[in-house]
Design a binder for this molecule. Structure first.
Ligand code: ARG
Length: 279
């Protein structure tokens, strides 16, 4: 069977900076990121991803420093997309740009209720082993949107309730991996959410990420086939992942950590080889 190549949306960091504080990582970092270094790091990430996937680009916009985090453009399944409606007003001007990118690229868009906060693939992660969508709530996405997502995509939504503001999107502390594995940081979730994860993912497929690795955004990983691209991972995490068949590549993304984001936040899967094959 021919494998379908993934297509991943990225946005160059031409206007990336920390101008406001909308998550705890940004506190004290105003003006701190070095744009030249950020460009270099972003380029390294793009080149690494380009080995395994096609890259699509959305044009960066002046005065929208967080637009580089395309995971928050929306969430995509096949030709259907749901564009984000940001909780922090600072990011709301990004919405029009992402929506027009989706429309120009022939995605069918769902019109969400303007009153509900929803931050796209930051809070929506398709499981890689089962037919359900892990969907976060607690900080940036409201639970009210979950049923709309489920019916639009015709997929079961499994809510995950975030309880630690450092892990404000599920993609900062949870990562479904090929073969039905997940790597995650349990303390970021409430009790019921941990039970939801444990009841769906058997113990040998759960890779637990400790506080130190989670703080280095190890869960914020781009996974394509058995490759995992991540800001950094400790030797014990790399060992756990390699025992499950994964190969880890580290790309230093220190400048983006100052804005509370890392590898996975800088990407949005548009074409997902796994799902095209599952259909
Ligand atoms: N500064 C950005 C924000 O707070 C970072 C977004 C990170 N994105 C993600 N998918 N976790 O919105």
């Amino acid at each position: 069977m021919n494998k379908i190549r993934n297509n991943i949306l990225m946005c160059p960091p031409d206007y990336f900076s920390v101008d406001y504080i909308i998550n705890p990582w940004m506190a004290g970092q105003e003006g701190a990121p070095d744009r030249e270094k950020a460009h270099h790091q972003w380029g390294m990430l793009r080149d690494e991803i380009a080995k395994y996937a096609d890259i699509s680009i959305v044009d960066p916009q002046p005065d929208l420093p967080d637009m580089v985090f395309t995971a928050n453009a929306g969430v995509v399944l096949g030709n259907k997309a749901i564009a984000s409606h940001f909780m922090p007003h600072e990011r709301r001007p990004e919405e029009a740009h992402f929506k027009s990118w989706f429309s120009q690229n022939d995605f069918e868009l769902l019109d969400l209720d303007e009153k509900i906060g929803f931050e796209g693939a930051g809070d929506c992660l398709f499981d890689r082993g089962g037919p359900w969508l892990w969907t976060g709530h607690g900080f940036r996405t409201e639970i009210e949107v979950h049923s709309e997502i489920g019916s639009y995509f015709n997929v079961e939504v499994v809510p995950l309730h975030l309880v630690d503001s450092r892990f404000y999107h599920i993609d900062t502390c949870f990562c479904p991996l090929e073969g039905g594995f997940v790597m995650y940081h349990p303390p970021a979730f409430d009790f019921d959410s941990r039970i939801a994860i444990e009841s769906r993912i058997p113990p040998h497929k759960r890779i637990i990420v400790d506080t130190e690795d989670a703080g280095n955004f190890a869960c914020n990983a781009v996974n394509i086939d058995n490759k995992i691209i991540v800001n950094s991972a400790s030797s014990h995490l790399k060992k756990d992942l390699s025992e499950c068949g994964f190969e880890v590549t580290e790309v230093d993304l220190s400048e983006f950590l100052k804005a509370g984001g890392s590898a996975k936040c800088l990407t949005l899967k548009l074409v997902d080889g796994v799902f095209e094959i599952m259909e």
